[in-house]
Write a protein that binds this ligand. Structure first.
Ligand SMILES: *[C@@H]1O[C@H](CO)[C@@H](O)[C@H](O)[C@H]1NC(C)=O
Ligand SMILES: *[C@@H]1O[C@H](CO)[C@@H](O)[C@H](O)[C@H]1NC(C)=O
Ligand SMILES: *[C@@H]1O[C@H](CO)[C@@H](O)[C@H](O)[C@H]1NC(C)=O
Length: 337
């Protein structure tokens, strides 16, 4: 049984405000970042781009190839490593899938019945405490592997269950996700990273939840806030200015269709078309001070190493981060199951 004082300490650390959290000094608004969750980062090839401080990589790629972490830190000792995991769904490639989720009764409908690419991913019953605890275990694994932060994806399953629909199979609401993510945040904020900082946790999309999660979470990762959302008024990007004003980075991804080939993953060396570059990079949609990367969307190319950065003008800033897809399905070590 825990003593009262250690419980108190835990409670305080979990509820610490942003100002009280130990945050790496490089983790600032406008920081340059890269995200590579399609394939495993090449653990030997030189890191490109060298000046990206924040790296968002897949937790189970890192579990399978932990050498990636030292490789990044050797390239830049100030690297802030965010570890991505699928918090709202469980998928067959997750190292804990067979041992925990597969026969748990905690998996609902597939992500998208019409899209074969996503048939191996099923919505998790996030209302169940066992499911929450298993997701917390992923966060602990992230800390143990040397991650500085976590990026829990798919916290907007409620969109599938609106208006009486049952898309997830669990009738999940905004409140269910706020409760779920808050429990994950309390867990993360109670952990200290290998570098001695607070384990940080981000908000993935879900602008509806900024009002209730924006002071608790430490950064945001957005997809297509400029180009896909056609709400009127258009507030997906601007909702996340609430993070910027607190000094928290907003890491944003746009997916211009001319950047590369989704089927082959090939990168267009001059980047997106002039029009798509401008539409992705200008700050006309409430996205000022965001850290933006342009990526390929769909099929084998989605979120691979092909990236264009804003700032240098159309036709510039294309970088291909080296990956080693042969490592993606490597054996999972027992501590990740
Ligand atoms: C949560 O899921 C586990 C595993 O399927 C099950 O044993 C447990 O009864 C569930 N809890 C609730 C409250 O439904
Ligand atoms: C919601 O969907 C799940 C999975 O398809 C099903 O088991 C459940 O009965 C559905 N709930 C309702 C109220 O229809
Ligand atoms: C946002 O960017 C502007 C310049 O474009 C700068 O003056 C301002 O300080 C930035 N805000 C934050 C919170 O970094």
């Amino acid at each position: 049984m825990k003593s009262t004082s250690s419980l108190l300490t835990l409670g305080l650390s979990a509820r610490a405000t942003w100002a009280q959290r130990q945050v790496p000094p490089e983790f600032k608004v406008g920081v340059k970042w890269q995200i590579e969750i399609q394939n495993t980062l090449d653990p030997i090839a030189p890191i490109q781009p060298t000046d990206a401080v924040v790296w968002d990589l897949d937790l189970y790629h890192i579990a399978r190839t932990p050498a990636v972490v030292d490789h990044l830190r050797t390239s830049n000792s100030n690297t802030v490593l965010i570890c991505y995991f699928n918090a709202g769904l469980a998928q067959k490639s997750d190292c804990d899938y067979a041992s925990k989720w597969e026969h748990s009764g905690l998996l609902g409908n597939v992500y998208d019945v019409n899209n074969p690419e996503f048939r191996d991913e099923r919505w998790v019953n996030i209302k169940n405490q066992t499911a929450v605890d298993w997701m917390k275990a992923r966060i602990t694994l992230a800390r143990d592997l040397g991650c500085d932060a976590v990026d829990p994806d798919n916290i907007d399953g409620f969109l599938n269950d609106e208006d009486g629909r049952n898309g997830t199979g669990w009738h999940l609401t905004e409140n269910d996700y706020v409760s779920f993510v808050t429990q994950l945040a309390d867990h993360a904020h109670g952990l200290t990273t290998k570098r001695g900082y607070t384990l940080l946790i981000g908000q993935k999309n879900a602008p509806e939840l900024v009002g209730r999660l924006g002071t608790t979470l430490d950064f945001a990762v957005l997809e297509d806030c400029k180009t896909l959302n056609d709400d009127d008024p258009f507030t997906f990007c601007s909702d996340f200015q609430a993070y910027i004003t607190q000094g928290k980075p907003v890491l944003s991804i746009e997916y211009p269709s001319t950047l590369g080939n989704p089927q082959t993953g090939a990168c267009n060396a001059r980047g997106a078309s002039d029009a798509q570059y401008t539409a992705s990079c200008d700050d006309t949609k409430g996205n000022a001070n965001f850290s933006t990367v342009l990526k390929i969307q769909g099929d084998v190319g989605e979120l691979n190493g092909c990236t264009q950065y804003c700032g240098g003008g159309s036709g510039t800033g294309v970088v291909t981060t080296a990956t080693d897809p042969d490592l993606d399905g490597a054996t999972c070590p027992s501590n990740s199951k």
